[in-house]
Design a protein around this ligand. Structure first.
Ligand code: ASP
Length: 311
């Protein structure tokens, strides 16, 4: 038995590439790396890796992380410049250092020591877009994260994330994606989750840990994702914030996938030993319980069906 799920339509191609490896008995870690690397290398994906959205200074700064739910080991990097595959640096932090998180220059020095070659990640399209945004003095905007959760035949669950974060962010700004708890979490005894959306908001709700703990209490992935989004959205409102977009994808240890968002644009891709890779769009309803400010908002979910008997 194996399964894999990922955020946004761009994860579908990565999942298609990774699925045969899982089918052949490959590891969840290999699957996560394979799927994320494909998207990091794609110049047309403007929120991840090469061609990612630059910061306010016009420099592409990347965040990524990898976590193994069997050992709870993880590796993360943030604000890394000049390397198109931050997921590989995060993996190497996990396997080849006594640490869990390297940032900025230290992460770049470590990447060079591992043999990765630095390059300019700013494509002409991203540069032109940055110039336009700068001219209109735009607030930070435009973002997405590839987050992949994979379960392999040995029962291991691994999650990975990679993003260029918010476009026009302040140099040095780090989002949720490399942060264990808000941006990603995996526990082989339960399941895993990966988030996407406004990192500043996702952090406040510690979104992915929250979802995994809901799964630990027996909720199926879609319900765990829905509850986590509602709780975080309400927490933000109660403390005087205007929630931005937040979303996550969850996969449990039985291979069931689910996702939720506080907006209707989210979709996630998934596949398993019994399902060919497919994209699932969340469907929206008015959130229940009602919002603490009395205003209706959309909660959009999908998933929750068990592809196999749970045991
Ligand atoms: N969560 C990412 C960040 O805040 C962006 C996104 O996934 O949309 O950096």
């Amino acid at each position: 038995m194996w399964a894999v799920a990922g955020t946004w339509p761009f994860s579908l191609e990565g999942i298609k590439l990774a699925a045969p490896g899982l089918e052949a008995g490959g590891t969840a870690e290999e699957a996560v790396i394979t799927a994320i690397k494909l998207v990091e290398a794609d110049a047309c994906e403007s929120s991840v890796g090469y061609g990612g959205m630059p910061n306010a200074d016009g420099v592409v700064e990347l965040d990524a992380a990898l976590m193994d739910g069997r050992t709870m080991n993880f590796g993360a990097v943030a604000a890394v410049r000049g390397f198109r595959h931050p997921i590989l640096i995060a993996r190497d932090v996990m396997h080849c250092t006594p640490h869990t998180f390297l940032v900025g220059e230290g992460a770049e020095k470590f990447a060079r020591s591992r043999g990765y070659t630095a390059e300019n990640l700013l494509t002409e399209a991203s540069r032109l877009n940055w110039e336009k945004e700068r001219a209109r003095q735009a607030a930070p905007s435009g973002h997405d994260t590839i987050g992949i959760v994979a379960l392999d035949a040995s029962g291991d669950l691994v999650v990975g994330t990679s993003t260029s974060g918010l476009g026009m962010k302040m140099p040095g700004r780090v989002g949720d994606s490399p942060l264990v708890g808000p941006g990603f979490y995996a526990d082989t005894a339960v399941g895993g989750a990966a988030a996407t959306g406004v990192g500043e908001d996702i952090m406040k709700g510690v979104l992915c840990f929250r979802a995994v703990e809901h799964m630990r209490r027996g909720l199926p992935p879609m319900e765990a994702a829905r509850r986590s989004v509602i709780e975080t959205h309400h927490l933000l409102l109660q403390r005087g914030h205007k929630p931005g977009n937040i979303a996550l994808v969850c996969l449990d240890r039985h291979g069931n996938a689910g996702g939720a968002a506080n907006h209707s644009a989210f979709s996630y891709a998934w596949a398993s030993d019994q399902h060919a890779p497919e994209l699932t769009k969340v469907a929206s309803v008015v959130a229940q319980p009602a919002s603490p400010d009395g205003k209706d908002y959309v909660i959009a979910t999908a998933g929750g069906t068990a592809p196999r008997p749970q045991g």
